[in-house]
Design a protein around this ligand. Structure first.
Ligand code: ZN
Length: 658
C-alpha cells in the first residue's frame, strides 16, 4: 500500500480542517481502502464560538459526501463535549442519535454528521481516519481473526468485536478503549468491519493507516495466499441476446428497468472457476455497509425466481426480530451481482453508475475472500447482523440522498449518428432523462461525445451489418439490452435534377438513409421485444417526405422509403409491444448536413437570404437539434405509449405540409 502524502501538494491545504480534507481525499483515492461513500474522517479544533469563547469543535465527515471528492463544507462542525457524552448513555435510538447530532451542529446548513460521529468524538486524538481496507478485512474475516490481529500487532491495537455501526459501535469502542488502550496504542481494529487510526495531525493518522495496511498486506502474502486461486479458463463471448434475456429476467424480478454490466476480467475469471464458488460466494459481505450496494450474496447463474424466493425467505426470517412491530417493508428482491463460470460476473443497478459501484465493491470482495481463504477460510458476519445494516434506515438514507431515479433510469437507447446534429441532440435529451445511451457514429469523436457511466460511444458504419452487430454486442455487454432506437444517421447527398442524376450518389444516399435503418431494425428487433417498458423506435424522416423539393430526388426518395419501412415495422411489431414512429423535421440547420454553402444555395433557390431561409416556416422560428431531441425523448416516454405508426412534423408549420 503506497503512501500518497505529498508535502508540496499538502502545502496548498492550510490549517487542520484543510489538512483533514487532503488526507481524506488520499484515503478515498484508493479503492483498496474505502469504496463509494465508505469510511470517514474527522479533526478536532479549538475555535472561538459566537461569544468569542474557546470551544472544542469536532469536524466529522457529513453523510452523503465521498472521501475521494470531499471539500471543507462536507465536514459537519459539532460541539465536541456534548457529542462525546452521548457515548455514556445506556442506549440511544437512531432517530434520537441523529436528532442529538443535528442539535449540536454549529452550522444549521451543515450535512448530517456521519453515523460514526460519536465514535470519532470519543477517541482522544485531534485527527482520526477510518477505512475498510481489504487487507485488514482479509485478516479479521477469518475464524481466527482476533488471534491473527494480535499476532501481527500485539497489544499496540485495541481490538473491537463486531457491533452494529452507529451508537452501539461507539459504546463498544469506548468500553474496549477503556480496557485495552495505553500510551503505545496506535490503532483500533474493528473485527469484520475495518480500522481506525489517529494522531495529533491527519498526517500522522494517515501514515499509521498506510503502515498498518502494508503490514497486513505483507502478512496475507506470507501466509500462503499464492496458489489459492486457480487460473480459470478464458471466458468466451456470450450471445448478446442471451445477456438481454437475462436482463429481462432482472427487470421483471426487481419491478423496474435495470442496467446490467458484464465483467470477464482475469480476477473474475479466476474467481468464477473456483470449485467452491457455490459455497464461498454465499457467506456474506466483506464489510457491512457494502450490503446496500451488492445485497448480502450474489446470485449463482441466472435463476431470478429462485434468488427472489430465497431473498423473501431471508427477509421473513429476520424482519420480525429486527422490527417486531412489522414496520419493515421488503426491498426489491433482485440481486445486484451474479456469478457464473460461463458468463463471469454481471453487476446490476438502477443506473449504470449503480452497476459500476456494485462491480467495484465485488471486485474488492473477491480480493478479501481469496486472501481470507489463504488464512484458513473467509468468515462473514451472521446474516442477522448484515440484515440489520441492510434495513437500517440510516444506511438506506444514504441511497436516498441521490434523489428519486430519473424517468428513464434503467432504460437503454441506441442512437445512430450521435456524434453531431440531430443524433447528438437526441442522445443528449435521453441522457438528461436518465437513460443509458449507446451512440453509433462514423466519427472518431463518438467515444467522447458525452462523459459519464451512462454513455457508450462506438465508432461504426450503419451500412455495415458487422458494425451494427458489434455495436449492439458492446452496448449489451455494457448496459444489458437495447430498449429504444433512434435512427438519426443520414446524409443529404449531392443536389442534382433527375435528368443529371449520378447513380452512384443515388445508391450511396439510399444505402445510408434506407439500408442503414433497415439493417438496424432487423438486428434490434429481438432486443426491443425484451424491453421492460416495451420497445420504442423513432425514425428521423424529413419534411421532404410530405413535401419534396426539386433536385433532392435521392434524399426525398430514401426518406420516403424509410418512412414506409417504419409503418410496416409498426404493423409487424405492435404485437411485440414495440412502437415505431417517424418524425419529419425541416430546416434543422445546426447539423452536419447543412454547410454554409448548402444553406446559401437552397436559400437562393427560393429567392431568400440565408436567415430568412432558416426561419421560413409559419411560426417564423428556427428549429434546433435540441428541439428535435426533446421531441424524440418524449416519443420514447409514456406520452407516446399509445401511439405507433405515426408521422410527426417538427418544422415550425409548413404551408406545403399543412
Ligand atoms: Zn465503517
Amino acid at each position: 500500500m503506497q503512501n500518497l502524502w505529498n508535502e508540496s501538494e499538502a502545502a496548498a491545504f492550510v490549517g487542520p480542517l484543510e489538512e483533514c480534507v487532503y488526507g481524506s481525499r488520499l484515503l478515498g483515492a484508493d479503492m483498496g481502502l474505502v469504496l463509494h461513500g465508505g469510511g470517514n474522517t474527522s479533526v478536532k479544533i479549538v475555535e472561538p464560538d459566537i461569544h468569542g469563547d474557546d470551544l472544542e469543535v469536532l469536524y466529522v465527515k457529513g453523510s452523503g459526501w465521498d472521501l475521494a471528492t470531499i471539500e471543507a463544507p462536507g465536514f459537519a462542525p459539532l460541539r465536541l463535549e456534548p457529542v462525546r457524552q452521548l457515548a455514556q448513555l445506556p442506549s440511544l435510538s437512531d432517530s434520537e442519535m441523529v436528532n442529538q447530532l443535528r442539535c449540536n451542529l454549529l452550522n444549521a446548513s451543515a450535512p448530517t454528521p456521519s453515523v460514526e460521529a460519536i465514535l470519532h468524538a470519543s477517541l482522544p486524538f485531534p485527527a482520526v481516519q477510518h477505512s475498510h481496507a481489504d487487507a485488514v478485512l482479509a485478516l479479521t474475516n477469518t475464524a481466527t481473526g482476533e488471534a491473527r490481529v494480535r499476532e501481527l500487532w500485539g497489544d499496540s491495537v485495541v481490538v473491537v468485536p463486531y457491533a452494529m455501526p452507529g451508537f452501539d459501535l461507539a459504546r463498544v469502542c469506548a468500553e474496549c478503549w477503556a480496557d485495552q488502550a495505553h500510551d503505545g496504542t496506535i490503532a483500533m481494529i474493528l473485527l469484520n468491519h475495518g480500522v481506525f487510526t489517529f494522531g495529533d495531525t491527519t498526517r500522522v493518522a494517515y501514515d499509521t493507516m498506510i503502515e498498518l495496511i502494508s503490514q497486513a498486506e505483507a502478512y496475507v502474502e506470507d501466509h500462503g495466499l499464492g496458489g489459492q486461486s486457480p487460473t480459470g479458463p478464458e471466458l468466451t463471448d456470450i450471445d448478446p441476446l442471451e445477456l438481454a434475456q437475462i436482463r429481462a429476467g432482472l427487470c421483471a424480478c426487481s419491478g423496474s428497468p435495470m442496467i446490467m454490466t458484464r465483467h470477464a476480467d482475469d480476477q473474475v475469471r479466476d474467481f468464477v472457476s473456483r470449485d467452491d464458488l457455490a459455497e464461498v460466494s454465499q457467506r456474506g459481505n466483506a464489510t457491512p455497509d457494502h450490503i446496500i450496494r451488492t445485497k448480502r450474496v450474489p446470485m449463482l447463474g441466472s435463476d431470478f425466481d429462485d434468488y427472489a424466493l430465497k431473498y423473501a425467505d431471508y427477509f421473513e426470517r429476520n424482519a420480525d426480530e429486527v422490527a417486531p412491530a412489522g414496520g419493515l417493508q421488503m426491498l426489491d428482491p433482485a440481486p445486484r451481482v451474479a456469478l457464473d463460470p460461463r458468463f463471469g460476473m454481471l453487476t446490476m443497478g438502477r443506473r449504470a453508475v449503480d452497476a459500476d459501484i456494485a462491480a467495484d465493491i465485488y471486485h474488492h470482495t473477491i480480493e478479501v475472500i481469496e486472501a481470507s481463504e489463504g488464512l484458513g477460510g473467509f468468515v462473514a458476519l451472521p446474516e442477522r447482523e448484515l440484515f440489520e445494516v441492510e434495513y437500517w434506515e440510516l444506511e438506506q438514507a444514504k441511497l436516498k440522498l441521490g434523489g428519486s431515479p430519473p424517468p428513464m433510469a434503467g432504460e437503454i437507447a441506441l442512437v445512430t449518428g450521435a456524434a453531431s446534429g440531430i443524433g447528438r441532440g437526441c442522445a443528449e435529451a435521453l441522457l438528461a432523462l436518465g437513460a443509458s445511451v449507446i451512440g453509433l457514429d462514423l466519427s472518431k469523436d463518438i467515444s467522447t461525445a458525452f462523459g459519464g457511466p451512462a454513455w457508450l460511444g462506438v465508432e461504426g458504419d450503419v451500412t455495415d451489418p458487422a458494425s451494427i452487430e458489434a455495436t449492439i454486442a458492446a452496448g449489451v455487454d455494457r448496459f444489458g439490452g437495447v430498449d429504444m432506437a433512434v435512427a438519426a444517421a443520414g446524409i443529404f447527398g449531392a443536389n442534382a435534377p433527375i435528368a443529371k442524376l449520378d447513380l452512384d450518389e443515388w445508391s450511396r444516399t439510399l444505402r445510408i438513409n434506407l439500408d442503414g435503418v433497415t439493417l438496424l431494425l432487423k438486428a434490434l428487433h429481438p432486443f426491443l421485444a425484451l424491453a421492460p417498458r416495451g420497445g420504442r423506435v423513432v425514425l428521423v424522416g424529413s419534411k421532404n417526405v410530405p413535401a419534396p423539393g426539386k433536385g433532392a430526388a435521392a434524399y426525398s426518395a430514401s426518406k420516403a422509403a424509410m418512412t414506409q419501412l417504419g409503418r410496416v415495422a409498426a404493423l409487424e411489431w405492435a404485437s411485440d409491444g414495440i412502437t415505431v414512429n417517424t418524425i419529419h423535421p425541416d430546416g434543422v440547420f445546426d447539423t452536419g448536413l447543412w454547410t454554409e454553402t448548402l444553406i446559401a444555395e437552397r436559400a437562393a433557390a427560393y429567392g431568400l437570404t440565408p436567415d430568412e431561409y432558416k426561419r421560413r416556416n409559419l411560426l417564423g422560428r428556427e428549429i434546433t437539434s435540441a428541439d428535435i431531441g426533446a421531441l424524440v425523448a418524449d416519443m420514447c416516454g409514456p406520452i407516446f405509449q399509445t401511439i405507433t405508426g405515426a408521422q410527426i412534423p417538427i418544422d415550425g408549420g409548413s404551408d406545403r405540409v399543412i
